[in-house]
Design a binder for this molecule. Structure first.
Ligand SMILES: [Zn+2]
Length: 389
């Protein structure tokens, strides 16, 4: 469906918006004020007091300023600017972004617990635009998160690997329901999600990463962050955030989707393909094709520039199962280009969000799940066990 392709293209373009935090220079104000004040004080003191003051500055004042700066737990997220339709994407509109509301409680509820996060794939679900009432037992936050879980575990390949996931939701309270319909701040929500970012109506971006990081401080092991936005309007996006959790710098894939839209969960699943397995979009969209270099295809496991089956990236499967040739092969049209780029199968969720993932994308997702769980993935064995697309 043409409409869907346009919608999905928006999601992909959104893949690298900058999620901006404060400039990180606020500490300079108290630092220099303190320095000025102390210098004036020292000039008026006798020798003994000068020594005492110097000890105070060295042992308390400077370290405390450094500590204050460090414990902000946020690092500005920086990604090179991306070109969109010849227009340079800038971060200007995010400069006004500021925390709007602090949740009182960041309560974490396990929805699926399969053991130590060290060898499990940990997914954290948080919500934007859910009011106090929406967070009550049986409210829309609980309902939307359960809906997600249900569809996630009826979708291949996730349904076969349920025991490898830990899933929890983190309570977050917004003053108002929904999201900003445009980049203008009109709806007061905890993570300040907005449609229309970078001039694309369906690009739904979660803008207040500072608040998100505060919410996930008690979930430092999370491998993927899903933001459900309490809105009916179709939209979504994916990106990454950089945070200091448990003293370690961590880059976490993050995606958002409109959880009250009937296709919302399918958007989320498509985004998971990008986020965890580096899957490329398999649809054609001439309007944005020029924004993506063909060279990027080298790192994408589900698209290739050759149609020679013995050389194509998924040739191992074809050699093991020659009878599947025709069902899996080289289908022209992928990674936004109508010609010269090939995908493994006719239909795939990376091409049309209502389709299942293709056989090759499924394998890549399983490989990613194994990697996060610290387990070795045996591709030959996987193909032996999964012969039929
Ligand atoms: Zn695919």
């Amino acid at each position: 469906m043409v409409t869907q392709r346009v919608l999905v293209s928006s999601l992909r373009v959104r893949a690298l918006p900058r999620q901006q935090e404060s400039s990180g220079l606020y500490w300079m104000v108290p630092f220099f004020m303190g320095l000025l004040f102390t210098s004036i004080l020292i000039l008026t003191m006798d020798e003994f007091m000068k020594i005492l003051s110097a000890i105070f500055i060295l042992t308390f004042f400077i370290p405390s300023i450094a500590l204050f700066n460090f414990t902000k737990n946020t690092i500005p997220f920086s990604v090179p600017p991306e070109k969109l339709s010849g227009k340079r994407i800038t971060r200007n509109y995010l400069k006004k972004d500021k925390p709007q509301y602090s949740s009182i409680s960041f309560k974490l509820t396990h929805m699926l617990n399969n053991g130590s996060p060290k060898n499990r794939f940990d997914i954290a679900i948080i919500g934007d635009g859910y009011t106090q009432n929406d967070n009550l037992k049986g409210g829309s936050f609980e309902k939307h998160s359960k809906d997600f879980l249900k569809i996630f575990f009826t979708t291949l390949p996730f349904k076969n690997y349920k025991n490898k996931f830990n899933i929890y939701r983190i309570r977050s309270v917004s003053i108002e329901r929904g999201a900003d319909p445009s980049v203008k701040d009109t709806v007061n929500t905890v993570f300040n999600s907005a449609y229309g970012c970078y001039g694309i109506k369906r690009l739904l971006v979660t803008r207040n990463t500072n608040q998100i990081i505060r919410h996930i401080l008690n979930a430092p092991e999370c491998d993927l962050l899903i933001v459900m936005v309490n809105s009916k309007k179709y939209g979504g996006s994916g990106s990454r955030i950089k945070a200091v959790l448990n003293g370690k710098v961590k880059i976490i894939p993050i995606l958002s989707y409109s959880a009250d839209n009937k296709s919302g969960i399918q958007i989320a699943l498509h985004e998971i393909g990008h986020s965890i397995a580096n899957l490329a979009d398999e649809y054609v969209d001439k309007a944005i094709a020029d924004n993506y270099s063909i060279d990027d295809i080298k790192s994408k496991p589900n698209v290739d520039t050759t149609d020679i089956l013995r050389k194509i990236k998924w040739n191992i499967f074809l050699r093991m199962h020659p009878k599947a040739s025709g069902i899996i092969g080289a289908f022209e049209g992928a990674y936004y280009h109508a010609k010269g780029v090939y995908r493994p199968q006719k239909h795939c969720k990376m091409r049309d969000i209502e389709s299942p993932f293709c056989h090759i994308c499924r394998k890549e997702l399983v490989k990613a799940i194994y990697r996060k769980c610290g387990e070795k993935f045996n591709e030959l064995q996987y193909h032996r066990n999964n012969p039929i697309p």
